[in-house]
Ligand binder design. Sequence first.
Ligand code: ADP
Ligand code: MG
Length: 831
Amino acid sequence: EVKVKVEVASEGIAPVSKPAFYVPVERDEKIQASRLKLPILAEEQSIMETITENSITIICGETGSGKTTQIPQFLYEAGYGSNGQMIGVTEPRRVAAISMSKRVGMELNLSSDEVSYLIRFEGNTGPSTKIKFMTDGVLLKEIQSDFLLTKYSVIILDEAHERSIFTDILIGLLSRIVPLRSKRNNPLKLIIMSATLRIADYTENPRLFKKPPPVIHIESRQYPVVIHFNKRTSVDYVRESFSKACKIHCQLPEGGILIFLTGQQEVNTLVKKLRRTFPYKKTWNLENEEKIGDDEDCSASDGENVEMSLSKAIQEIRKSRKTVVKALPEINLDSYDLAPADDTEADMLDAEDEDIAETEGDSDEEWSSTVEAEFTARSSQPLWVLPLYSLLPSHKQARIFEPPPPGCRLCVVATNVAETSLTIPSIKYVVDCGRTKTRLYDNFTGISMFSVIWTSKASADQRAGRAGRIGPGHCYRLYSSALFKDEFEEFTMPEIQQKPVDDLLLQMKAMKIERAVNFPFPSAPNIIQLKAAERRLAILGALETSCAKDEWSSKLTPLGEAMALFPVAPRFGKMLCLSHQHCLLPYTIAIVAALSVQEVLLAENVNTAKVRRMWAGVGNSLLLGDVIVLLRAVGAAEYASSNGALGEFCLKNGLNKKAITEIRKLRKQVTNEMNLTIAELQLVVDPQMKPPSDLQAKLLRQVVLAGMVDHVALKLDQDQLTAAGLRPHQPAYRIPEMEDIVFMHSSSVLRKTRPQWVVYQEVYQLNDKMYMRGVTAIEPEWLPVFARSMCTISEPLEDPPPRYDAESDTLLCHVNATFGQSGWPLPVTEI
Ligand code: ADP
Ligand code: MG
């Protein structure tokens, strides 16, 4: 029996003295002192007992109580990392995976070989890794090759309250893996960590866990926070937060200020204004110190300021168009979420932020300068203003943990990253704009748009709580209490119920989970959405529908299995699969990488249209349309980068450096994954990728079509234009099953050519009009071949008679064909 000796620390918390078999750790004195301030330290013994006695444990506690940094250490000391198996910790956000692995390594006094991280493109894990932080997407991939996760002795799913799709599905999978491991006498512990939100989804869900797992509540020292509602809800919340921050700084006692806005550009705008108003030094040198907005992205906005709740906003996008889904309602013309697979919602939102920082208008200047003058007169105390959003480089993020320079008050301007994943010390005042930016999908059409909507009550309270960590605090809500009561939903909807689930479904089928409807999700995706995804995968040729016992039991086709191997959306996986000929692969990889990343070319305005044209191709490659623009941009950027001049190059040529960097990483990853099987990949190594030949350009258009079979559009003829009340020669198109007319945006390089038949990457809504993004020209006679599932094909025609093709060893015959439910006629085609 092990006796536990209890020592009383100076702070009054009793740390557990470790039994002899514990793995010894030599911590830095300062670190140990700051650990002892965390309430979770006092609970170590009971936490470890619960974990020992149960295979699944839920730990919840307020943000900042020490879950992420301390629980892995408890487990490490108890030997979970030293029996040849690892402690795995998943995070929905990449930044958290990196920064937490660094922090825990530092606290344990271990090297990055031992406490490591692995995210989509990078990592430092190796044979001596004991604690591995990773994104939830990474662990999901690992399950596909090792279902029982035998490398791990314990898995911690962190930030489960964020309800990311991957964490949700991991919980479902692990609820089955854990009992399997017990049966094999190689137990796996599962720990679900969450802020105190919606625990019932896990504990009162008999399909998930037959016996509800124990829940440990970490008491945290939460001081009272006084909530101040505005009388009226302000529309211009950036301006309102500015004057609120000024007032707090000039009139209220010491204590840090934390301001919640919705996106990166808003954050940068406000940071700039505050720095100018309360300069830290006369020369808070924007050029060298922090060139805000410089290397950050600037991108087109997809729709803005819908001031309403989530459910209302979704209704609104439906209403705002006259879209009628004809005939088969389950056919969805969906656009995929093109964000990289393990990107979190927040990363994506930031990446999609609109560009307002660098284009301050006059009126904008006006408001800041009057308020500025007033407040500068009243306060000479400088303000130490720091931005915080998920795409901010981690060394800049880390500055929030450092004390501000002497004599300064700390002010952090943040997106909702600061809500739960990172804890900023010394905050006393919170200013909450009450909004959040999110990407909304129309369930029926799959059309997406970014909207700023009201956050939920739970999120607003979480934000307010940030003010009560060090003492009593204040939260200023820039909206009225009536609005909070009537408009805010209780909780934010889990991601899995908001987004298309095609990728998820494909991955699940690849894991032999054939019936997704029966899967124990913590909260199941909408049936319509699952059906739509199933349907789209079938159209792409990924599912074997003919031999299915019922509508849910369809298996993957060999093509589907291959598609699931790639770290990109299913349709892009298909494009890669079809490129094993004529040295297409290097091009397809570059195209797929570019299409997977958002906003490669800067804002879609007239100026950049010029840049786009400059990038376009000649001859046959011009018909590749917006795709050739991307391809050339990627190739040229690669070349510039090999000369060490990427930044300058991007700036000059209207490219988004961040997106280009992301593309380069993805390209490398996909290339590596295919390297072993394909010899022609030698070509990729050449940074100066030569343009595709005419034949290759044609084949690439077919490859793009094969991936976009459900994204075909046909130009309106003159009569149809007149009937629709449009002027002649408008670049207006129809898409199957939808009554809305979609337009080719003026930034498309095919705008002048206006080919009859095209495929597009996605449709989006801007100012009440629908536009196609990423357009490529196709030939109608390709449709029966590459988009067979979308065509109705006649019996073979007698005349001309069928002929034998020796090359392909098949009998070819001519057929009549039509495309889509509305039966658009196609030319007679030989198939
Ligand atoms: P939780 O996961 O419960 O939200 P964390 O374990 O992330 O809590 O944080 C515990 C404490 O450690 C917080 O007070 C936080 O400010 C501090 N902390 C976390 N990361 C760092 C860091 N990189 N540098 C300094 N302090 C940190
Ligand atoms: Mg945490």
